[in-house]
Ligand binder design. Structure first.
Ligand code: SF4
Length: 480
């Protein structure tokens, strides 16, 4: 009702909902965007309400956008400490580094590898989010050249990394239009970095191992008008001790996020950055970053995966990482994908009729549900056994077969509606549908309601090939 009061209350339906109150509910759950109420946005008389509602709906943690175009990424925007209380909204951004002492061929190759990396996972491709360009040579021209070559090879957002504002400005002059994130302002350089953030209107990271300093710098930047801030709580003075750095970072990330959400302390209600590479090592150059002190590259990548895992769970919104080896990258990226799924909605796929292989009118017609894990398992089992067939995917709100039968999402009526809406009768001439073994108890009802012949398939789609040997094609009934 609080949200509804600010809406035009026209019930005009332009937002896709029949009433403003229905739209209010969806706004609250972040299932609709304010911009979808076109009268509110287009008509001057609502200007005040629009502004007030924007403030009312602003997330507890500010949302910050980095980059431009299709691969721009949003970080922060969170409302809760724990995913089960609502959901998390913007997945932690994974940023992988390049540095300005790399030779050109190596640099371009690494940028392309990071940009093009992808891994198929539950119907979608996992990718990484941005590239951090680190200044190691401490030469402004060298850094700018590195930024330029990186930008030529990627459409990913960039993070410009240096504690020297001159370096940052040289980099900014190359890619300011791409909305890069600056890393970082600290207590020594904050005035000059604040000027850069204001002049170029780009987001900026504030970094300190002391939380009071971090908070004080954030307040200064905010009061100067810079709102797109990322906070990087560095580990304390023992940061070369891995165990200490991990525990210290863990504690700081939790304390800041709790202050932002539970205590509603707006001064620190910004996205958080976690960096696996201790500042001292970063400043010392690549070799130490790769190997760690007294270690080797493999050890370093293991340590990084542990750090990234911890930071993904609590509460990093963006991480700058180094190891792009599959054993590290796949593990970290997969965890991030899972932590940031919406617990209110099972992962689902579109319903409808799929053609697997090159089916004909004599090919089998299988039925499944739109729960992503079920769908991709069934699809993969059928495809890998090269069974030309149709697969009818019924919308069960993302529920698996057993739960959907019990919960009433998979019913004879729903199957009838799916058969009719997909014109399945025009595709096959046998009028036989193969249902999952877990839905066996619906078979009689499906036959009554749809008029189709039902065959009960195996409970496990991995057994479809053996089942086919004994059951397909179906016996034709005759009138002898
Ligand atoms: S577009 Fe706005 S005014 Fe129209 S029904 Fe939706 S919320 Fe109400």
């Amino acid at each position: 009702m609080v949200i509804w009061k600010y809406l035009p209350q026209k019930n005009c339906g332009e937002c896709g909902e029949k009433t403003c109150s229905a739209f209010s509910l969806l706004l609250k759950g972040k299932k609709k965007r304010l911009e979808e109420c076109t009268p509110l946005f287009n008509e001057d008389e609502y200007a005040d309400k629009r502004k007030q509602l924007k403030e009312l709906l602003a997330p507890a943690i500010r949302e910050v956008e980095i980059g431009v175009g299709a691969r721009a990424c949003k970080i922060g925007g969170e409302e809760v400490m724990h995913r089960h209380e609502l959901t998390f909204f913007n997945r932690v951004a994974l940023v992988y580094d390049v540095w300005d002492t790399m030779d050109e061929a190596g640099l371009r190759e690494r940028v392309r590898r990071i940009t093009n990396w992808k891994k198929f996972y539950i119907g979608d491709f996992l990718r990484v989010d941005a590239i951090a360009v680190r200044s190691v040579a401490e030469d402004a021209r060298t850094f700018a050249e590195c930024v330029k070559m990186t930008a030529e090879e990627t459409d990913l957002p960039l993070v410009l990394c240096s504690f020297d504002s001159e370096m940052l400005e040289e980099g900014l002059m190359v890619v300011a239009d791409s909305n890069p994130l600056l890393y970082a302002a600290d207590k020594t350089n904050w005035k000059s970095v604040l000027r850069l953030a204001m002049d170029y209107n780009v987001p900026v990271t504030i970094s300190s191992s002391d939380l009071d300093t971090l908070s004080s710098l954030a307040a200064t930047f905010s009061s100067a008008g810079v709102k797109d801030i990322v906070l990087n709580p560095e580990p304390g003075t023992n940061s070369r001790d891995d165990e200490f750095a991990l525990a210290d970072t863990f504690s700081k990330l939790i304390r800041i996020r709790r202050a932002g959400i539970v205590d509603e302390n707006k001064v620190v209600a910004y996205p958080l950055m976690s960096m696996s590479i201790p500042r001292t090592a970063r400043e010392a150059g690549l070799e130490e970053v790769n190997a760690g002190e007294g270690g080797n590259a493999l050890d370093a990548s293991y340590r990084e995966a542990i750090h990234a895992t911890m930071s993904t769970i609590k509460y990093a919104d963006i991480m700058i990482l180094h190891s792009i080896e599959p054993h590290s990258l796949i593990a970290v990226r997969t965890l991030a994908a899972n932590i940031y799924t919406d617990p209110r909605r099972p992962i689902n796929v579109a319903s409808g009729l799929r053609e697997l292989g090159t089916p004909t009118e004599d090919s089998p017609l299988f039925l499944t549900v739109n729960f992503a894990l079920t769908y991709y398992t069934v699809e993969s089992d059928i495809n890998s056994n090269k069974i030309d067939s149709y697969l009818l995917v019924v919308d069960t709100d993302g529920m698996g077969v057993e739960a959907a039968v019990a919960g009433g999402q998979l019913t004879a009526e729903a199957i009838k509606a799916a058969i009719e809406s997909c014109s399945v009768g025009d595709k096959v001439k046998h009028k036989t549908i193969v249902i999952p073994g877990l839905a066996a108890r619906l078979s009689g009802e499906i036959e009554d309601v749809t008029g189709w012949n039902v065959l009960v398939g195996p409970r496990d789609s991995g057994m479809i090939p053996g089942w086919m040997d004994n059951n397909w094609p179906p016996e034709v009934e005759t009138d002898l």
